[in-house]
Design a protein around this ligand. Structure first.
Ligand SMILES: [Zn+2]
Length: 154
């Protein structure tokens, strides 16, 4: 359901596979690989939580709000700052999830798995704009969650 989101997560350096199989296979795969399920399917999300598989429910549309939802969940789960989610150490190939290595002048990258070449061209500033607004959204969400948490305990 979220092929586009999978490509964005790879861009951020997250090892992401796009699952086309049925719920049972997705759950088994997540259990054996330790992957986090990202879905808009409420039923699949419920099944996952019931089986103790980590799962993030994301909105059906809007890459910024989808990334924000994942950032909030992941940062809470692993005790990170929301910002850290958006600051990858290395990006992955958006086509095949392979690892990228620098080539030549440091502005070019090549995928070690499929050979696809990337360069930091003009499209990069568009990507950064999207990531910036996703980050702002995630910060807003996590502050709201923290306030809610404080009022519950206090
Ligand atoms: Zn590749």
């Amino acid at each position: 359901m979220h092929g586009k989101l999978a490509r964005w997560l790879r861009l951020l350096g997250y090892d992401s596979v796009y699952a086309k199989s049925d719920d049972d296979h997705i759950l088994l795969e997540a259990e054996s690989s330790g992957r986090v399920i990202v879905t808009s399917d409420v039923e699949l999300h419920r099944l996952a939580v019931k089986r103790g598989v980590r799962s993030v429910l994301v909105p059906l549309e809007g890459i910024e709000s989808q990334l924000a939802a994942i950032a909030e969940e992941v940062s809470r789960e692993f005790g990170l700052d929301v910002e850290e989610f958006f600051e990858p150490e290395a990006t992955r190939c958006s086509l095949c999830n392979g690892e990228l290595v620098e080539e030549g002048d440091g502005r070019h990258y090549v995928c070690t798995s499929c050979g696809q070449r990337y360069w930091e061209g003009s499209h990069w500033s568009r990507i950064e704009r999207t990531l910036e607004s996703a980050k702002r959204l995630a910060l807003k969400r996590s502050r709201r969650a923290q306030r809610a948490g404080t009022s519950e305990t206090g």
